[in-house]
Design a binder for this molecule. Structure first.
Ligand code: ADP
Ligand code: MG
Length: 265
């Protein structure tokens, strides 16, 4: 019995959850004035999909991610992870932001351990910290401190800190936005490989149409604020993708057109 239970827990792969966003609208109150930010957003995301969200700056992308993460409650409408209504934050839905926000006084290992520590399960689950560091290729830096890391390495630590929770939905808010272009390209490939190995559902906000098309199997284009779903585009291409792929170039042109940008280059 015990042996079987252990075998099952080892063999069980982390799988993605479905995400259902139903008639979600949201507004902020700024000094008594109402600012509508999301307007009747409807999305059905299948388990294990990699969905990219693109939209003009300030249209409401991060707000939508915060609702999915449960960091904020929607003004109206419902969000569901599988069949469960999202009512607050949960380790199965974790966010990686543009800034890694590591604690400078904690080592890499201790930063990654935070989520398990907060749940009070670190003592029995230390191996998960090692595994998460291994996944992002930073095992050798487990004892380093944040100031000793490059921007890309710090962002890998932030990614490991999310992965240690074994998320069913990984939420990425422009996670590569501040990295230099070479590091960004490397980490894009790493993200695809992580997603393929772990099978979590991924929701990525990016301002880069090329990045969205390189990574996602679906690209959702949002309108100006208040954000509405303007287009839902299937990226029907196997991985690894090639940046010179004419199919992707066509989609990029279409997407930039939807964003009101003239893609003449
Ligand atoms: P995006 O991520 O697409 O750039 P955000 O979702 O961050 O946009 O913000 C959408 C709009 O909502 C912006 O106009 C922003 O100023 C406003 N906003 C975001 N968060 C808050 C908040 N907590 N209080 C008031 N206004 C907010
Ligand atoms: Mg944002």
């Amino acid at each position: 019995m015990v042996a079987q239970a252990v075998a099952e827990s080892v063999a069980e792969p982390a799988t993605g959850a479905a995400l259902d966003v139903e008639h979600v609208s949201h507004a902020f109150d700024i000094d008594g004035a109402v600012l509508p930010v999301l307007e009747d957003i409807n999305l059905i995301i299948e388990p294990g999909e990699f969905v990219a969200l693109l939209g003009p700056s300030g249209c409401g992308k991060s707000t939508l991610l915060r609702l999915v993460a449960g960091l904020e409650k929607p003004g109206s409408g419902t969000l569901r992870e599988d069949d469960n209504r999202i009512r607050g934050p949960h380790p199965s839905r974790v966010v990686v932001f543009q800034d890694p926000t590591l604690f400078p006084w904690r080592s890499v290992w201790d930063n990654v351990a935070l989520g398990l520590e907060a749940q009070g399960i670190l003592k029995s689950q230390r191996h998960r910290v090692d595994q998460a560091l291994d996944l992002v290729g930073l095992s050798a830096f487990r004892n380093a401190y944040p100031h000793q890391l490059s921007g890309g390495m710090a962002q890998r630590v932030a990614l490991a800190r999310a992965l240690v929770n074994d998320p069913k939905i990984l939420i990425l808010d422009e996670p590569l936005g501040k990295l230099d272009s070479l590091t960004r390209i490397t980490m894009q490939a790493e993200l695809v490989s992580l997603w393929q190995r772990k099978g979590f559902t991924t929701l990525l906000v990016t301002h880069d149409a090329e990045e969205a098309l390189f990574l996602a199997n679906r690209v959702i284009v949002l309108s100006d604020r208040p954000a509405r779903v303007k287009a839902d585009i299937l990226v029907d291409r196997p991985y690894p993708r090639h940046r010179g792929d004419p199919y992707l170039a066509d989609l990029r042109k279409q997407i930039l057109g939807l964003l009101g940008l003239d893609a003449t280059w």
